[in-house]
Design a protein around this ligand. Structure first.
Ligand code: GAL
Length: 447
């Protein structure tokens, strides 16, 4: 069981659920643009309707209420609440205010992510994260949102998965905006993104009474296959290591060290010495604003062992172990044990799992229901590990990804992570078996 004050929640993100992409003064985001090129998305779909949450938000809240969660993590579409002249768009703000009012009616706490990847296209057009003014735009956006939500929201997450923003959006170019950065540009963009975080935290602290603030990276922990102490140490070091060459935008320490420890890792300065952006002491202080939690999105891990010379070796994923219906999602429950353990060991802050979930090829059965025993199994296995580590370090909450099936970025609509099935033909929402299982777990307070 978890502690009595453990937060059970569910997560979503604006572009993935809202639809209504051009209503009430919303401008285009980079995902509206990216999805116009059908080849960018596996099934050619887009976010124009998805769960229709812009219209059906009251139904969303009813589903959350019946599920029994204490918290709902959703994100704000920047392009809904700020117009092209950088002024507030009241109609867009009203949508989120109404959502919060509805949540409060049922005693569900909103956890608001400010940036879950959907940059307004007009900001991308003037350079996006390469524009040195971007952190000031983000600060202004934070100011507008926190003032408008005064009294409704006290818990904020600045940025979701900086790794995916940079690695998928600007290196592999399989996510919006699909604009490739060279190394010099990449480092500058990462620094600007971290400044967005820092300046935003300052504004949240100024505008919001009793606020909590965090930053939500993702990671794929190295899982030791034995109890050998040396293996543990090497896995830990590998988790934070910066030198996986082309993949550094996907690393943990390049983002989290400046945020939680106040500086980039030592190897950063060595590795990139000829192409470093300008980094001042003031910048680092700004980025290192005190935060309350390490939020982290964890889905899967990779097994490691030692060879006869005590070198770390990656183990293939064992044949016959369960896997999700998306190529990167191997079922590795120890992810929720070792991931938090590594994070706490280095950063010493309470941890909230901001995303964890399973992708399945769900179908409506003859009885009209959705039977998803694989997802039920995943949730149970992962929460057992989380319970275990919560006896050793402070784990404050768990948000299942996702409340609904939704638009899974470049994989489109066919990849389903939800507790609630969306029938995209008619918009029907059907609670899956896993919805009832998670409800039971919440009622019990654990596994
Ligand atoms: C995360 C992302 C979510 C969701 C999830 C499942 O990387 O933050 O938006 O798509 O993965 O793939």
């Amino acid at each position: 069981m978890f502690n009595i004050d453990f937060i059970f929640g569910a997560s979503t993100a604006s572009y993935q659920i809202e639809g209504s992409i051009d209503k009430d003064g919303k401008t285009s985001s980079i995902w509206d643009t990216f999805t116009k090129t059908k080849e960018n998305i596996l099934d050619g779909s887009d976010g124009s309707i998805v769960c229709d949450s812009y219209i059906k938000y009251k139904d969303d809240v009813k589903l959350l209420h019946e599920l029994g969660v204490k918290a709902y993590r959703f994100s704000i579409a920047w392009s809904r609440v700020i117009d092209k002249n950088n002024n507030p768009n009241q109609k867009g703000l009203d949508y989120y205010i109404n959502l919060c009012k509805e949540l409060r009616k049922y005693n569900i706490k909103p956890y608001v992510t400010l940036y879950h990847w959907d940059m307004p296209q007009w900001l991308e057009d003037i350079g996006g994260f390469l524009n040195d003014e971007i952190s000031n735009y983000f600060m202004h956006y934070t100011d507008v949102v926190t003032k408008a939500f005064d009294g409704y929201v006290s818990d904020y997450i600045t940025i979701n998965e900086p790794q995916c923003i940079m690695f998928l959006g600007h290196r592999l170019c399989v996510h919006a905006p699909g604009v490739k950065y060279n190394d010099k540009e990449m480092l500058k963009a990462i620094h600007n993104l971290l400044l967005c975080h820092g300046k935003s935290v300052k504004i949240i602290r100024k505008n919001v009474k009793n606020s909590t603030v965090g930053f939500a990276p993702c990671s794929r922990p190295m899982i030791p296959t034995t109890n050998d102490q040396l293996l543990y140490k090497k896995c830990y070091e590998e988790y934070y290591k910066l030198d996986r060459d082309n993949e550094y935008p996907n690393n943990v320490s390049i983002y989290s060290d400046p945020v939680f420890l106040g500086d980039y890792p030592k190897e950063y300065y060595e590795k990139f010495k000829d192409i470093l952006p300008k980094i001042t002491k003031e910048d680092l202080e700004l980025i290192n604003q005190p935060v309350d939690y390490i939020y982290q999105n964890f889905y899967s891990g990779t097994f490691y062992s030692l060879d006869k010379d005590n070198n770390l070796v990656k183990e293939p994923f064992p044949f016959g172990y369960p896997e999700g219906n998306i190529d990167w999602l191997q079922v590795v429950p120890q992810t929720l044990y070792y991931g938090p353990k590594y994070l706490y060991e280095r950063y010493k802050k309470p941890i909230i799992i901001s995303e964890n979930g399973f992708c399945n090829n769900d179908v409506i059965s003859l009885d009209g229901k959705i039977h998803d025993p694989e997802r039920i199994d995943y949730i149970n296995r992962y929460l057992i590990e989380l319970e275990k580590i919560s006896k050793e370090i402070p784990i404050k909450g768990y948000f299942y990804w996702s409340l609904f099936d939704n638009f899974e970025w470049n994989s489109g609509l066919k990849k389903r992570f939800g507790l609630v099935y969306i029938d995209y033909k008619n918009g029907n929402r059907i609670k899956k078996d896993s919805y009832f299982e998670y409800k039971k777990i919440i009622e019990k307070g654990g596994i």
